[in-house]
Design a protein around this ligand. Structure first.
Ligand SMILES: *Cc1c(COP(=O)(O)O)cnc(C)c1O
Length: 475
């Protein structure tokens, strides 16, 4: 190592001296010890690395106590930031699993706050004055909205499927079409969940075609359940045939076997009414006579993470009695948010307006264009700083394992900056506060206004301002 570097390394003060200096100057006041010591060590390590990597000796002021205290404080502040942070979704993917799937309606937040900060009748029957069931908060409204005779809710839909299979088919065979052995992002696979439940998967048909006789031929002594899984995140097109739920129900009736459908992205709203693709609704599934149907609370329903199970009283009662329910049970905050969300569905127009997932999916192109133009004009004001902004016809997606074939026409804002690559912009915005997540297309950083909230144009504008200022300073 060269002499200069060795001399500079020797100038770096130790932890104790920095600690003492910062304590005396009161700069470290209020920083917890558990955070402070690692932060000081990190500041020292960073300076050491800078010395070792610098082509020429570093400026002397980098070695001052004041500079090291400031660096340690910076590192302490970063360490104390919350890890789970509000993030701006400019991807145009509405139910974005990595970014939190559905946003709760502001109409449910007040109730959520009250229920989680106060005692509640979570498991207390106020009328009878004795222990009650936590499911009763949403059972009634779920039955009212869907037409189901009985209802039950658990932590998420994966749990719902596991619980249903464990209750209805443990140790027996479950017949599923090969075209429906779905994998949902985040490691939910029908065959794996089946294995965990203790039921045995019996695949029938071919990937592209399954006929009623395939189910009929597979039914035997060991059969416990016929399962239909909604191919919620893919579609098989071309020379295809699937057995309809109604036909599966008649096969089940004939052989005295229960039929279950895992809808995944279940919805109460018929999206085709809003010019979108047809997704089977929960009501339609129940009308076809299915014994049990399961779906997520935070996909197309637009509520909190939850798994909803609807069906005949006989089956739901058995499911409720399964000891697994205790391990999969829904939390009171979720229950409060779910009840609030479900209430909005009593008036479909209100649901579509007030539930963010539905509002974003049905957002008129005109409204998206207006928001894109607004964002463009805000960013255009920064164009002297080397920024080019353009509007681009593009498509948003429903995401989250729903409506896989749906391309929602959208109008996006594409940005290029002289001297910063699209990847560079993406990285900078992803690491800003709050993080802004967009996508890269044709060497541009692209933002889709469909998934932006009202106040987020401001956040984006300010983030670009800071990025450009930093870029100028850096040069
Ligand atoms: C999304 C999905 C699941 C898993 O639901 P989670 O709520 O994410 O646990 C299961 N099955 C299907 C068909 C799905 O689309």
């Amino acid at each position: 190592m060269d002499k200069n570097k060795q001399a500079q390394l020797k100038q770096i003060p130790g932890v104790d001296r920095i600690l003492e200096y910062g304590n005396q100057g009161k700069q470290f006041e209020g920083v917890p010890k558990s955070v402070l010591l690692p932060a000081i060590r990190q500041a020292i390590d960073a300076l050491r690395t800078a010395v070792l990597n610098a082509p020429t000796p570093l400026d002397a002021d980098r070695f001052s106590m004041a500079a090291l205290v400031e660096a340690a404080l910076d590192s302490a502040r970063r360490a104390m930031e919350l890890n789970l942070k509000r993030t701006v979704n400019a991807t145009g993917v509405v139910v974005h699993t990595n970014l939190g799937r559905s946003l709760l309606s502001s109409r449910v937040l007040e109730n959520l706050k009250t229920i989680s900060s106060r005692y509640s009748n979570l498991e207390f029957d106020l009328e009878k004055g004795r222990r009650g069931s936590r499911y009763s908060a949403v059972e009634g409204i779920l039955c009212e909205l869907s037409g189901a005779p009985a209802a039950m809710v658990v932590n998420n839909n994966a749990a719902a499927v596991l619980l249903c299979l464990d209750t209805l088919a443990k140790g027996r065979e479950v017949i599923v079409s090969r075209g429906e052995l779905v994998e949902i992002g985040g490691a939910f696979r029908i065959p794996d969940v089946m294995a965990k439940s203790g039921a045995f998967l019996k695949e029938v048909g071919a990937t592209n075609r399954t006929h009623p006789r395939d189910y009929e031929n597979a039914i035997g002594e060991q059969t416990g359940l016929l399962l239909k899984a909604h191919t919620s995140n893919y579609s098989i097109v071309g020379f295809t045939k699937a057995v309809s739920l109604a036909d599966l129900v008649s096969i089940g009736r004939k052989h005295n076997l229960p039929v279950m459908e895992d809808l995944g992205s279940g919805t109460f709203v018929d999206f085709s009414k809003y010019g979108l693709l047809k997704e089977p609704t929960v009501q339609e599934a129940l009308e076809s006579g299915v014994d049990v149907v399961t779906f997520s609370g935070d996909k197309l329903l637009g509520g909190p993470q939850a798994g909803i199970i609807l069906g005949s009283k006989q089956h739901i009662d058995r499911i409720k009695a399964n000891p697994l329910t205790r391990a999969l049970r829904i939390d009171k905050m979720t229950l409060a948010a779910l009840e609030g969300t479900l209430q909005l569905y009593r008036d479909e127009r209100q649901a579509v307006e007030q539930i963010p997932t539905l509002a974003m999916l049905t957002m008129p192109l005109k409204a998206i264009e207006a928001r894109a133009a607004e964002l463009k004009s805000r960013l255009d004001a920064l164009s002297q700083a080397g920024l080019t902004v353009e509007l681009m016809d593009s498509a948003s997606r429903a995401g989250g394992g729903s409506l896989p074939l749906l391309n929602l026409p959208s109008c996006c804002v594409g940005v290029q900056i002289g001297g910063i690559s699209a990847n560079g912009i993406e990285r900078w915005l992803r690491n800003s506060t709050p993080p802004v997540i967009g996508r890269i297309e044709n060497d541009r950083f692209v933002m889709d206004p469909r998934t932006l909230q009202e106040e987020e144009l401001d956040i984006i504008e300010k983030a670009f301002e800071r990025m450009l200022a930093e870029n100028r300073r850096g040069r």
